[in-house]
Design a protein around this ligand. Structure first.
Ligand code: CA
Length: 502
């Protein structure tokens, strides 16, 4: 009798252990392309701005009410560098994919400048194996896939150049790919235009969006088609008792700025520049998709166990493609925009739900490199074989208030020539610690130092008036560039790279 009771006790005990084992967390990374820090009704600045009154993103407000809003989150200055950092946890100084990728072994940023030349960089992007002009690294999707996760990529990939292995999301551990390729933008947002796919035998635009054939010829916006198709696929993924990792990567709000008809009339009625009205409709369509995903998780009772990370891949576009009247001012109070080393190019909207205190605001500096180690910590996954050195740090202790990033150094590197005629878009390297940021401009090797807490718009260069602070950061930046063997812009006349700062 006693033995039976003991056995029953042991059984119940093991059963309760099983029952108490926490379920593995699901992850929805909701990535938006080129979304500026001010392109939202949710304010990320200390005070609401006119931009927050113009744009309508109620679903992001809802997500922030359920989660944590980060006011000092950073990405790289343009697309592929951030996407590689997101998948690998590496900083741009380490992975050396320092600009956007296009065609294999071709530099899209040559520029034809008479005095300067872009140095060697990993212009083929991320590679799942050793390959020329590429960073070979293990993606978070590969690690999750190896550890029992369903891994899904939807939307814009842009991890590697056309013709290189990195262009295919499936080689980076995504079991399913919906609509991702080497393209950095869609050929068309319109289902009526088959998202750029030709049906008359003519060759496709290389940026034609793949896999969405069932929406061809229909009056549907790409954002909506991608959302519907991904949900249809997720319905079948959820049949299996597996946790999931979904990278839902919006093509919106990147150019071409084609209107989302569901939302554009409101902005036309405001009488604003028609390009800006169309842009605002792309933003609102993206937010509608976010709301659909929030509802989808609620409906499937997955909200509690799913971490949602909402972020952009760089600062908002402010020049070519945007309305002409406000050129270079679309991110105010931040200075400049996409591709710039000023805050407008680097600071991004970032919201996390499913962790931490609901409705909280966090002012710590964080960077996209941190997503990879955060997921590893939350899943307790230890890579079986050696992977790349991860520069990012887990956000979990930051969210728990157990750690601070105040003394941590953050770095950027962009020795590239595309300026689009914007004065504040220049080849640069930069470093940040606490409220202080130093930018080193490669062409004339001058420094700019800002306290972005007191001078958010980076108007007051303190490099000369605060020499100690300036030289401390310049020395640190020099150390970081030197130790990572980062390549600087090449002076054509001298046929050598410009020297490191200190
Ligand atoms: Ca982008």
């Amino acid at each position: 009798m006693m033995r039976k009771i003991l056995l029953l006790g042991a059984f119940l005990c093991s059963f309760s252990l099983l029952a108490e084992k926490p379920k593995s967390k699901n992850f929805l990374i909701f990535l938006v392309d080129d979304l500026g820090w001010q392109d939202l009704s949710l304010s990320f600045a200390d005070q609401k701005t006119p931009w927050n009154s113009l744009y309508r993103t109620p679903n992001l407000e809802k997500l922030a009410a359920r989660g944590i809003k980060f006011t000092h989150a950073y990405a790289n200055q343009n697309c592929t560098p951030t996407r590689v950092s997101l998948l690998t946890g590496m900083n741009a100084l380490s992975h050396k994919v320092t600009s956007w990728t296009f065609q294999k072994d071709k530099n899209p940023d040559e520029g034809g400048d008479l005095k300067f030349q872009v140095p060697a960089w990993n212009m083929n992007g991320l590679s799942p194996y050793e390959n020329k002009n590429s960073i070979h690294a293990t993606s978070i999707a590969t690690l999750l896939s190896e550890n029992g996760y369903a891994t899904i990529h939807a939307g814009k990939a842009h991890f590697g150049a056309y013709g290189s292995p990195g262009e295919n999301p499936k080689l980076h551990g995504f079991q399913i790919n919906i609509g991702g390729s080497a393209a950095g933008q869609p050929a068309s947002y319109s289902g009526m235009q088959n998202f750029g796919n030709k049906t008359n035998g003519a060759p496709n635009d290389i940026r034609a969006v793949p896999h969405l054939n069932r929406f061809w010829g229909k009056d549907i916006h790409l954002t909506e088609a991608l959302t519907q198709e991904t949900m249809r696929v997720m319905d079948s993924v959820l049949i299996h008792p597996k946790p999931f990792f979904l990278l839902f990567s919006n093509y919106a709000v990147h150019t071409p700025i084609q209107p989302d008809k569901r939302f554009v009339q409101h902005y036309y009625d405001l009488g604003i520049d028609s390009t800006e009205a169309k842009y605002a409709s792309l933003v609102e369509g993206m937010d509608k998709s976010l709301g659909d995903w929030i509802d989808y998780l609620d409906k499937n009772k997955l909200t509690e166990n799913t971490v949602i990370v909402f972020l952009s891949d760089n600062g908002g576009l402010t020049d070519v493609g945007r309305g002409k009247n406000g050129r270079n001012t679309y991110n105010t109070p931040l200075r400049s925009g996409k591709t710039s080393g000023y805050e407008g190019g680097l600071r991004i909207p970032f919201v996390v739900s499913g962790l931490g205190k609901k409705g909280s605001i966090n002012h710590e500096n964080i960077i996209v490199d941190d997503v990879f180690p955060s997921i590893l910590q939350l899943t307790n996954i230890k890579p079986k074989s050696k992977i790349q050195h991860v520069d990012g740090l887990s956000l979990v202790p930051i969210i728990q208030g157990k750690n601070s990033n105040q003394n941590r150094f953050f770095t950027w590197h962009h020795p590239h020539m595309r300026t689009n005629g914007s004065p504040d878009i220049q080849p640069f390297s930069a470093i940040r610690q606490g409220n202080w940021k130093l930018i080193f401009f490669h062409k004339d090797q001058h420094f700019e130092l800002y306290n972005t807490r007191t001078d958010l718009s980076e108007k007051n260069n303190l490099f000369t008036s605060l020499p100690e602070k300036g030289q401390f950061l310049a020395k640190k930046l020099g150390e970081k560039l030197r130790s990572s063997d980062s390549k600087m812009l090449i002076d054509k006349e001298k046929q050598k790279e410009i020297i490191y700062p200190f």
